[in-house]
Design a protein around this ligand. Sequence first.
Ligand SMILES: O=C(O)CCC(=O)C(=O)O
Length: 349
Amino acid sequence: MERRWAWKDRENIQVLTFLNDESPVENDVCLLDDDEDDDELLDGGVLYESEEDKIRAGIVQKRLFSDRLCEQLEEQIEMVEEKANRGEYKKNTVDRSPLRVKYFFGEGYTYGDQLERKGPGMERLYPKTGPDAVDPIPEWIKKLVIAPCFRAGLIPSMEWANSAVINDYLPGGCIVSHVDPIQLFDRPIVSINLLSDSALCFGCKFRFKPIRVSPPVLRLPMKRGAVTLLSNYAADGITHCVRPEDVIHRRQVIIIRRVFPDAPRLPPPAVEPWNDLTRTVRLTPIYKSAIDERRGGTASRVSKGANSGRTLTGQYRKRQHSGDSEVASAEESSPPTPLTRKKHPRIVF
Ligand SMILES: O=C(O)CCC(=O)C(=O)O
């Protein structure tokens, strides 16, 4: 069978193809391939037959965990769930959505709706210390997940894995198409599938209300106990997702990754927001409305801005993830506040 080799000159983006099993060598007679489609099938100097092949080349799968080991891990995750339900984790360790709970250990980061500025590349690690930091990687993950991956030669050292995430999906749960932020995470991305068989899909588009997912370029079965490693094109060149139709039964995954030491990180909050007197300036309209009301004044409907249309708790929460400018602009552009808002805990007298 004819095998095609390719070599890509990084400067000239010139594609040279070599036929059969000959590797490119200097002075070799080579065929200049001007087929534009081929450029898309190139990755790391190799020309692939299809995009699916290119994805597969970046995937390693291994059944590393026996049923007994899976049970051990699943019991540990149950204990994590119980601990979370008792409220014993830091706030950014646990992220709940209707059919999915995520637990972040070692490192956590802002993503999706939490992003102040949306879009790939904007994700930021939470501070390493303080109230916004996440809990450390539990010892059981080190012993039962990271160590076996290291012993199997899947990761270069125990210390390599400085972040562990557990996703717990209920039937119909999903994770939308994304590339794990390249500014935060080294490759490979290592995941262990638990509780039930499922699938990871590549190259899907999501639409919402009702949720619909386009056919994948590749559907990769994820067996219980299997470890999956994504790198190269599979990790960086195409999005991956879990479709609702691939979560038939409750399913869990543990993802271990290496966060780069210089990955962008949010600064720790300098002062607790409710003690930061400089910020009360922005609350002036609400403050005024509270005083007006106490005086029985009708002018309590202060200048536009006091009512953001969000609950105050929401505004407060938002502020923890946003810059002051966002709060300021929300205040500027919003309709008046109902007087009940004077109870906002951040009004400092
Ligand atoms: O559930 C999975 O297998 C994938 C999860 C994932 O891609 C993520 O949490 O970023």
